[in-house]
Structures are given as C-alpha cells and as structure tokens.
Ligand binder design. Structure first.
Ligand code: ADP
Ligand code: MG
Length: 318
C-alpha cells in the first residue's frame, strides 16, 4: 500500500524562542508558522536581527525552542521533545552565507564532502566516488577533490558547501544568505545552479535573504519577518505586486529602481528595527509605520487570511 506523498514537506506551527541574556529576556521568535511543499522554495526576508537564523537553527535541530511544533516529512519535533535525544536531522541540509568559515581550512574537499557520508557508514573508495558525483552535480570536476578551501574561489567554495549539504539527499535545504558574500556575477551562477538542482531532485528550499531580487528569481512564496513574526506571506508575484503590509511595501520601495523613467519613492522606512529586548507594545512595526494609529500602538493585530496561501498581520493593510 502506497501512502500519498504529503502535500506539506515542512510544517511549522507557533514557534517561540526566547534567549535569556544579561540584558533581559529576548523574544527571537514570537509565534512563527508556515508550510513548505515538496519542491517548493519559500523565501524568508527581513532586516537583520528579526530571527531568520534562529528559525534556521531550530529547523536544523541545532537549537531548542520554547513552544510550537516543527514537522518535516512527517517527523515531528515539539518544544517538549527531549532536547538531548534529538538526532541530527538527515533530511535537512544547510548552506551558510560564508563558505570561508563553514568549510574547515585544514580539510581537502574530499573529506569535507565525505564527512556527512562517514556518518552513515560510508568509507574509502565509496566516499571518493560519491564525493566526485556530488562535485559534478554542482559543476566541479573530480580534480577539486584534492584541493583545500584556500585553493578555491568564493563561488567554488560555495559549490562545495552545496555539494556537502546535498550529500545525504535531504528533502529540505536551508540556504541562509548563500550568495550574500559573493560577487554579483558569481551570485547569478550559484542561483542558477540552485534552480537546476531543485528541478532535478525536487528538494525544497527555505531561502533566507534580504535581497528581493533574489526572491523574485528563485522563490515561489515569500514570508516577510519583522521582530520575530511573519508579518506577511504569499506567492511572490502577488506579494510583490500588491503588498498588504506597510513593512513589505517599505522593503519593496527601498529596492533601487533600475528603470530611470520610474521615479523612486522617498525612503519610507524611518529609524531602525527596535531591539527585541524592547519590543514596542501593540504592533511592533507601529513606531516606524506611516499608517499607524492608536489601535496599532495599543493592541496586536491578528492574522488576516487574504486568499489561498496569503496572509498578513496588520490593522490597516494597503
Ligand atoms: P537574523 O538572522 O534575522 O539576523 P537572528 O536569528 O540571528 O536574526 O537573531 C534574532 C535575535 O536574537 C537578535 O536580536 C539576536 O541578537 C538574538 N540572538 C541570536 N542568537 C542569540 C543567542 N545565542 N543569544 C542571545 N541572543 C541571540
Ligand atoms: Mg542571520
């Protein structure tokens, strides 16, 4: 009997995470929920400090969380699951922003890609063969097996990091600003490679970026985060064409317009993201929002559904 494949590969419900710091309790994730279908790419955008990497760590099983549920491919982890017993997730891979720090400089590429293969008992020739296959998937020849990271360009290092992340054939790949440290032309090559890999393997991506051009190129859906919450989500074309949340609109307005006949709006984002240690009452975006009223400063908005897979968190949507 064949079970139907799950329509949702990833299902995150009500995720909360606080860090207890010297300066007080910091809410890094404040009720985050989303889904990702097999083969789908969800982009996660938002300014620095809004909780994107914390969310990635929780999904990877690198960090605990305080409330909520994470289910990946039917395998569910709750905040109550015994943290120490959590196995490293084979079904989730990760690529970080900076390959210089994520690749061990003392290891040759064969050993770097071989590490995850060793964890499943693969040894010797089999590792070399599989590492060579993985390299070829990311567009590098077998001669790279015997090189050290410092002998590679930034783009080649990121290809190696992608090969390592794919070694155990994950269902979900988390890409945390994977092209932010690369030159623009190299960025484009890596994005093209990621698209091709996705088409070939049906892997899902959680693509963390602050570059809306990248979102437009690679993602099916986008979730916009602000201070530990997703404030708007939906299909990329719809959200970009008709943002409902003023913060999404502000992010879009801040993108430089290439076409000089289109006049750029005045930068509408005043001030900085508040510290999550000093979360404003009501809607956390209210202090920076031109549409904010006394309601926004006094109470927190609830999610409004706006068509299939479209939601926003705002009292006065656009
Ligand atoms: P992003 O990736 O969106 O920049 P992070 O998830 O790294 O955001 O951080 C979210 C918030 O949590 C920030 O205010 C950050 O300072 C804080 N934070 C992240 N990691 C820790 C930690 N280990 N201890 C205390 N605070 C942390
Ligand atoms: Mg980050």
């Amino acid at each position: 009997m064949n079970a139907a494949p799950p329509a949702r590969l990833v299902s995150v419900e009500g995720l909360h995470k606080v860090y207890t710091t010297r300066h007080g309790v910091l809410k890094a994730l404040d009720g985050v929920s989303f889904q990702i279908a097999p083969g789908e790419t969800l982009a996660l955008v938002g300014e620095s400090g809004c909780g994107k990497s914390t969310l990635a760590s929780a999904l990877l099983g690198f960090a605990s969380f305080d409330a909520g549920t994470i289910a990946i491919d039917g395998d569910e982890v709750t905040a109550r699951s015994k943290w120490t017993k959590m196995p490293p997730r084979r079904d989730v891979g990760v690529v970080f922003q900076n390959p210089q720090s994520s690749l061990d400089p003392k290891m040759k590429v064969r050993s770097i890609i071989g590490e995850p293969l060793n964890t499943v008992g693969m040894r010797g020739e089999a590792v070399t063969r599989r590492a060579g296959e993985l390299l070829s998937q990311v567009g590098l020849g077998p001669e790279y097996l015997h090189r050290y990271p410092h002998q590679l360009s930034g783009g080649q290092m990121q290809r190696v990091a992608i090969a390592r992340a794919l070694a155990l054939e994950p269902r979900l790949l988390i890409l945390d600003e994977p092209t932010a440290a690369l030159d623009v032309s190299v960025q484009a090559q890596i994005l093209k490679l990621l698209k091709a890999l996705r088409a070939k393997t049906n892997v899902s991506y959680l693509f963390i970026t602050h570059d809306l051009g990248v979102v437009d190129y690679i993602a099916h859906r986008v979730a916009v985060m602000y201070l530990g919450r997703i404030v708007e989500s939906g299909p990329v074309e719809e959200v970009f064409a008709h943002p409902r949340h003023p913060y999404t609109q502000a992010l879009l307005d801040a993108v430089p317009v290439i076409d000089p006949s289109r006049r750029r709006q005045p930068a509408p984002l005043d001030g900085e993201v508040p510290s999550p240690l000093n979360r404003p009452p009501g809607c956390a975006f209210a202090p920076r929002c031109r549409r904010a009223t006394s309601t926004c400063r006094a109470s927190e908005p609830d999610f409004c559904e706006d068509g299939p897979q479209r939601a926003y968190l705002c009292f006065h949507p656009l």
